[in-house]
Every structure is written in structure tokens, then in C-alpha cells.
Design a protein around this ligand. Structure first.
Ligand SMILES: Cc1cc2nc3c(=O)[nH]c(=O)nc-3n(C[C@H](O)[C@H](O)[C@H](O)COP(=O)(O)OP(=O)(O)OC[C@H]3O[C@@H](n4cnc5c(N)ncnc54)[C@H](O)[C@@H]3O)c2cc1C
Length: 436
């Protein structure tokens, strides 16, 4: 490591790595520091890696669609000659079942506005594609110990089901980040692991550099907080947390794995399903398994974590049962082993579940945080928008009064990055859930 860089990025998850890639392309000499052993080993390692475009804001939808082109043509995005194994995009399509209180109109309007393909399906079309499903409504989602959990359904799910043919998932999210690291290194970026930032040094003119756990000092006039669930901690040590309208905090989340039902081969025929009626989602997982996640229904108590270094990484029987028993209502043939299998990791949740991509009140200190359980898919566009934002601010633009506008790479859309400001009012149109 040299003693001085143009920019130090704290974190080498999908965000920090993609930012390094794009800043390096602009000619910045970047250094990523991560306390873990390799790129993508933080919360990115446990992402479900679902690639979808339905978000509650136009800007959120636009960056998801822009990034979709990169996942779809990953080799072009990585742009490095050679034989490196690349992550793979399984373009399965995604079915979204809306609960009665969730009007699909916003998603339809935003997809129409951006020209993103979708189909409106009836219940009959759903059952033709997923013959192992039942089309009963079980809304609102409940926990298995609720006496009403086992009540028979009295109505059908909403007859407006959306199918998004482009969507799918990435087979190996850690590999995808390491692909980006490789691409960034080919442009001159430097990465160091097992390296914890413990202090941020600044003076009258702004950021000066970081101090590491072993006392080493490295200087840079630009720092980026891309620390995932540690973002609030990094904002505290930088002294910027109390100068932001929107805060972030870690939330523990579980994802479980169960075998495919005997009547349907998920590995071969499965796709991604968002089931708002059940309060969860699922997708195919390697080994003809099903990955079962939660959409944060109101009945599930939220597990806010005070210290992101000490959360319990083991799944619990209670949450395993809640998520898989709910799915068994949609798939009556589902087999649920007694012993839970799955992962638990942390979201970095903002107050309105919309990310913060912004500068801060400390000159030279930038924020790529608050990804709220749903920004893995947007990594490529986040890299570009943060690089453009940093470059504009470092060249004198006052982003707070004149927000940076970024033309997206793959679609005809100029992104007003001001929507992701740390000082915005709460975005009331958000779902206040992992759906963003
Ligand atoms: C269970 C789960 C399922 C998810 N499913 C999806 C999905 O299907 N689709 C989707 O788009 N998104 C999903 N997400 C969200 C997605 O994974 C995150 O939005 C994204 O990975 C965040 O990336 P990041 O780079 O901000 O954070 P991280 O990957 O956590 O990277 C931050 C890095 O900062 C490092 N760091 C922190 N503090 C320090 C320090 N002081 N010094 C040095 N290094 C430090 C950490 O070690 C870490 O490696 C999911 C998340 C979880 C937890």
C-alpha cells in the first residue's frame, strides 16, 4: 500500500467494488479497504441475488433496468480479456403476486414509462405455469402460532399478476464481486483485505485520510463509506451522522432452503416468485432446492441489531417455520425438513428503505449506504452514479443545491441523483420493506 491515494473506499462489497471500478476508469487512483478476507465477503455474500426491476420510484426502477443490461452482458461489463470464470445470470422470469392492498398500478406505470417488458397474467395463466400452486388468498400474512394461521382461505388472490420476463438471479454473488474487483484492478485499483478502518482524519478543508486498527495512516482527499451494515458506525466516526436527515441501521434477516416438491422441478422449470399475498418470495436454488425469503410482513417482528459484529448468523426454528409454512400454503406439496437450513445476514436499512447515494457535510466524504436489502442488483449503476457524483463534486458542483444528473449507460434516462440525498424527506411512496 502507498501512503496516499486519490480515493479510499471503505468496503469491498458490491457497492465499494463497483465504485472503485468506475472511479478507476475516470483516472482516480483508488484503494478499497475491507476488514474481511476477500471482496464480497460481507452482506453481499448472502444476498439472494434476485435481479428485478419493480421498485416504487422512477429512479429506483431506472437504475435497476440500467444494471440489468450489465448482468445480461456480464462479459462486456467486466471488459477484461482472459479466462476468468464469470458469474452467471439465470434469466428465469419473475412472477409477482400482489396482495389486495398493493396496487400494481405503480409498477405498470413505471415499466411503461421506461419501456421495460412485462405481462399481465390471470390466475389461470399462473396455474398453467405453476401447476403445483394454489391460487387461494391467505392475506394478511400470519405467524404459525397465530390461531388464524390454519383457517381455510375464503377468497382468491388478486387477478392482476405481473410477469417480468427479463428478471432472474445471479448464481454466485461473491464471484460477481470478484469479477468486478478483477476489472477494477485491470484499471489500476488497489484492494487490501483484513484491514479495518478505525478512524477518519479530517481538517478544516475536509477529509485527510483513515487510520487502521494497527495504527497505519493512509491519506486521501476523498473517502467513500461503502461499509454496508457498518455504515452508521462509519458515519459516527466520521462525525457526519447527526447532520443527516435519513439514518441507517442494521436489520437481521433470514433466508431458508427447502427441497423442491416432488411434483415440480425448480432447478429446471422454476422461476422467481414475489408473493405479496404470503409476505415472502422464493426462487430456485442449486441442487433442486427452493430459496425462501421474506418481504417483511407486519406480523414478523423486526430484528434491529445494535452491533453489526455480534449478530447471530444461525437461522432460528421459529423464523424457518414462519417462512416455509407460509410458502406451503401456496405449494401444498412442499416438503419441509425438521432441521432448518439457511443463512442469516444483515440489511443496512435506511429510514424509508431507499438508499443514500450522496456527499456528506464533511468535504470529500461520500455515502453509498442504506441499501435496505435490495441493492445488489443495482451494483453496476451504483458504481457509475457514485463515480459521476464524486467527480462532479470534486470539480466544484454543489450537489446539495444543484443535484448531479447522470445519463444512464443503457437507457435513455437522465438520473436525478438528488432523490438519494441524505437530507431528503422520507419518501412516502416507498413500500418500507425489502421491496424498496
Ligand atoms: C439475506 C439477504 C438477501 C438479499 N437479497 C437480495 C436480492 O435478492 N437482491 C438484491 O438486489 N439485494 C439483496 N440483498 C441486499 C444486498 O445484498 C445488499 O444491498 C448489498 O449486498 C450491499 O452491498 P454493500 O457493498 O453495500 O455491503 P457489503 O457487501 O456488506 O460490504 C460492506 C463491506 O464493508 C466492510 N467494512 C465494514 N466496516 C469496515 C471497516 N471499519 N473497515 C474495513 N471494512 C469495513 C465489510 O467487511 C463489508 O465487506 C440481500 C441482502 C441480504 C442480507
Amino acid at each position: 500500500m502507498k501512503p496516499t491515494y486519490d480515493c479510499i473506499i471503505i468496503g469491498a462489497g458490491i457497492c465499494g467494488t463497483a465504485i472503485a471500478y468506475e472511479l478507476s476508469r475516470l483516472g482516480y487512483q483508488t484503494l478499497n479497504l475491507d476488514q474481511l478476507g476477500a471482496a464480497g465477503h460481507g452482506s453481499t455474500s448472502n444476498t439472494c441475488a434476485i435481479i428485478r426491476t419493480h421498485y416504487s420510484t422512477l429512479e429506483g426502477t431506472a437504475i435497476a433496468y440500467d444494471s440489468w443490461f450489465d448482468w445480461h452482458s456480464w462479459r462486456d461489463y467486466i471488459d477484461v480479456a482472459g479466462t476468468m470464470t464469470l458469474a452467471k445470470f439465470h434469466r428465469t422470469g419473475l412472477i409477482n403476486i400482489y396482495h389486495k392492498g398493493h396496487d400494481p398500478g405503480t409498477h405498470i406505470r413505471l415499466h411503461d414509462e421506461l419501456g421495460i417488458p412485462y405481462e399481465i397474467w390471470t390466475r389461470e395463466q399462473l396455474l398453467a405455469r405453476m401447476p403445483h400452486f394454489v391460487d387461494d388468498s391467505f392475506y394478511p400474512p400470519r405467524r404459525p402460532d397465530d390461531p388464524l394461521f390454519h383457517e381455510p382461505s375464503r377468497e382468491k388472490i388478486s387477478d392482476t399478476i405481473l410477469f417480468y420476463p427479463n428478471d432472474g438471479y445471479i448464481n454466485d454473488p461473491v464471484l460477481s464481486v470478484q469479477n468486478i474487483q478483477h476489472a477494477a484492478e485491470s484499471k489500476g485499483a488497489v484492494f487490501r483485505f483484513h484491514t479495518k478502518v478505525t478512524a477518519i482524519r479530517s481538517g478544516n478543508s475536509g477529509v485527510r485520510g483513515v487510520t487502521l486498527a494497527d495504527g497505519t495512516r493512509i491519506d486521501a482527499p476523498i473517502l467513500v463509506n461503502a461499509a454496508g451494515p457498518h455504515s452508521a458506525e462509519i458515519n459516527q466516526i466520521a462525525g457526519v451522522a447527526h447532520k443527516m436527515n435519513i439514518q441507517t441501521r442494521p436489520l437481521r434477516h433470514e433466508v431458508h432452503f427447502v427441497p423442491s416438491p416432488a411434483t415440480f422441478n425448480y432447478e429446471k422449470d422454476g422461476l422467481v416468485v414475489g408473493d405479496g399475498d404470503l409476505g415472502g418470495y422464493h426462487r430456485p436454488e442449486t441442487g433442486n432446492m427452493i430459496l425462501v425469503g421474506s418481504e417483511d410482513p407486519a406480523c414478523d417482528e423486526r430484528e434491529w441489531i445494535a452491533d453489526p459484529d455480534t449478530y447471530d448468523p444461525d437461522v432460528t426454528q421459529a423464523q424457518y417455520q414462519a417462512q416455509t409454512y407460509r410458502l406451503a400454503k401456496r405449494i401444498p406439496d412442499l416438503q419441509i425438513p425438521n432441521s432448518p437450513k439457511g443463512i442469516a445476514d444483515l440489511y443496512d436499512v435506511s429510514d424509508d428503505w431507499i438508499p443514500i447515494y450522496d456527499k456528506s457535510d464533511l468535504s470529500g466524504f461520500y455515502l453509498s449506504i442504506g441499501t435496505s436489502g435490495n441493492q445488489y442488483k443495482n451494483g453496476p449503476a451504483i458504481g457509475r452514479l457514485m463515480a459521476a457524483l464524486i467527480d462532479a463534486c470534486e470539480n466544484g458542483q454543489d450537489h446539495d443545491t444543484n443535484p448531479v444528473q447522470v445519463p444512464l449507460r443503457h437507457i435513455d434516462f437522465k438520473l436525478n441523483t438528488g432523490i438519494f440525498s441524505r437530507n431528503r424527506e422520507i419518501i412516502q411512496g416507498s413500500t418500507f420493506s425489502v421491496l424498496g
